[in-house]
Design a protein around this ligand. Structure first.
Ligand SMILES: *[C@@H]1O[C@H](CO)[C@@H](O)[C@H](O)[C@H]1NC(C)=O
Ligand SMILES: *[C@@H]1O[C@H](CO)[C@@H](O)[C@H](O)[C@H]1NC(C)=O
Ligand SMILES: *[C@@H]1O[C@H](CO)[C@@H](O)[C@H](O)[C@H]1NC(C)=O
Length: 477
């Protein structure tokens, strides 16, 4: 009896106690170790970017390279390090790709290669993907910390769970650039209302027990996301949509800055805007051939427009749908749209251009007068910005990024139009066609100059302004 008691006492009280103490001491030791490694006796400030997919060549990578270029041009006594998982690409190859893809010429960037990138891949976690990937990022982040301890740590890929490692264990100053929150209120709402979606499977939506279990999981995860996110000394968000979500999750609006990612539009801004009055009216739509872009609405707009304009005017109107297809599903979608155009008897005035080259795209934009974009709740809409840079008058959907970030409708600063159904779109097109030349030209110029807000220059200015406080603090403090 006594022995049994003693055993359970040791097993349930003493052992866990000892483990806790050991864990606590390990963390203290790690903290001393990494903080000491950070304190170097030289005059440089070491800035490290966590970007495991730095060789991907997408919009996120443009942010990375532009940020590095901006820092190097402003500060001379800094050293840049990039943690990457692209172990098959040499530093020269990565920098060459940045040059070819984005025309950004960089030198003096040091790469630290991470071998544990598989830990953050979604396919590794069929269940509890969010949690799995986040814990995986801690493993990857720890590998990064072990390979190098910087003074300033910048996460440009949204791996928020790596922030405490660098902030707490090594005392680094920490910055996050958020393109997209890992979890959003909308995702939680979707589970709550038992909607089916790509983040919510059918079997979960149908079963009330699974639904409440998933709701608890999401809520707990959102709390953890908030806990780690708040280790940031500075937060940057890429749009008003992201800002909204991050403010409601992390609740540190005083440290949060909206810094639009750089869009390369200077080439499009050089396209001449025709000033003569119109003989041919080209309406351009740039969007991938995917369902959510809502091409049927574009065809309905044309159908509606035909009722609003004279027959001579209609003869001059053409809608050009430009976009890429990725697979058979997208190609079937194009076929459906062609059939729908026939159904509306507008097929002579609708042209499809699939997988066009950049030069062909430029030519279409040069001939275009009006642009339409119809996706509901687009987070931003780079295609809209490109059309506006080329001097087109955009009519975009009255929701999401186009409404919050891009289109201005007040009389004095109008740079485009917003609409929510085919009547409004067609009505706006008729209004534009009825405007005097000078008024139309004024909007085209306003559209073009308003895209400067999304330029590379503007990105650099705002990025540097946001991180400046971290560089003025004394080193080693
Ligand atoms: C912000 O990032 C998200 C995710 O990559 C993207 O969908 C959105 O278009 C971006 N916003 C801007 C302003 O580029
Ligand atoms: C467009 O490009 C994609 C991928 O590059 C390809 O799969 C598709 O077949 C192309 N479509 C056409 C119509 O050329
Ligand atoms: C529009 O369609 C009509 C026939 O319905 C055709 O005569 C006209 O040339 C077309 N306009 C353009 C710009 O393609």
């Amino acid at each position: 009896m006594l022995l049994k008691h003693t055993f359970s006492f040791y097993f349930f009280v003493v052992l866990p106690g000892l483990l806790l103490v050991a864990l606590f001491l390990t963390i203290l030791w790690l903290r001393r170790h990494y903080t000491a490694l950070r304190k170097r006796n030289d005059k440089y400030i070491y800035v490290a970017f966590f970007h495991p997919y730095c060789n991907a060549g997408g919009g996120g990578e443009r942010v990375l390279w532009c940020a590095i270029e901006a820092l190097q041009s402003k500060y001379s006594l800094i050293k840049i390090v990039v943690y990457t998982g692209d172990i098959d690409a040499s530093p020269d190859k990565i920098l060459l790709k940045a040059k070819q893809r984005f025309n950004i010429q960089l030198s003096q960037v040091e790469f630290k290669y991470l071998r544990k990138r598989r830990w953050v891949e979604a396919s590794k976690y069929p269940l509890f993907t969010l949690l799995g990937q986040s814990m995986g990022s801690v493993i990857l982040g720890y590998e990064a910390l072990k390979s190098f301890v910087p003074d300033i740590y910048i996460d440009t890929m949204g791996y928020a769970f790596t922030l405490p490692l660098f902030s707490f264990l090594a005392g680094c100053r920490v910055v996050s650039y958020v393109h997209y929150p890992i979890i959003t209120r909308d995702m939680i709402k979707a589970v709550k209302s038992r909607q089916m979606s790509y983040t919510n499977r059918k079997c979960i939506a149908r079963n009330p027990f699974f639904t409440s279990a998933k709701l608890i999981y999401y809520r707990l995860f959102a709390l953890m996301y908030q806990f780690v996110g708040r280790f940031s000394n500075i937060v940057m968000v890429n749009s008003s949509w992201t800002e909204d979500h991050i403010n409601s999750l992390w609740k540190c609006p005083m440290l949060t800055y909206k810094v639009y990612p750089p869009c390369e539009t200077s080439d499009l801004q050089n396209i001449p805007i025709a000033t003569s009055s119109i003989e041919k009216i080209k309406i351009v739509s740039i969007s991938q051939f995917r369902k959510e872009k809502n091409h049927p609405l574009q065809l309905k707009i044309m159908y509606q427009l035909r009722q609003l304009v004279s027959e001579e005017m209609w003869e001059m109107i053409e809608l050009v749908l430009i976009g890429s297809t990725r697979n058979e599903i997208d190609e079937a979608w194009v076929k459906d749209m062609q059939d729908l155009a026939k159904h509306f008897s507008i097929e002579n005035n609708v042209t499809f251009k699939i997988n066009v080259s950049y030069n062909e795209l430029k030519k279409e934009l040069e001939e275009g007068l009006i642009g339409i974009h119809t996706m509901h709740n687009e987070h931003f809409g780079i295609g809209i910005v490109e059309c506006m840079a080329a001097g087109l008058i955009m009519i975009a959907h009255k929701s999401g990024g186009p409404m919050l970030d891009i289109i201005e409708e007040s009389d004095t600063s109008r740079n485009g139009f917003l609409a929510s159904d085919e009547d409004e779109y067609a009505g706006n097109i008729a209004i534009i066609l009825g405007l005097p030349d000078t008024a139309r030209h004024k909007i085209r110029e306003a559209a073009r100059s308003s895209t400067n807000r999304f330029s590379t220059e503007e990105f650099k200015i705002n990025f540097l302004r946001a991180v400046e406080p971290l560089f003025t603090k004394k080193k080693n403090s």
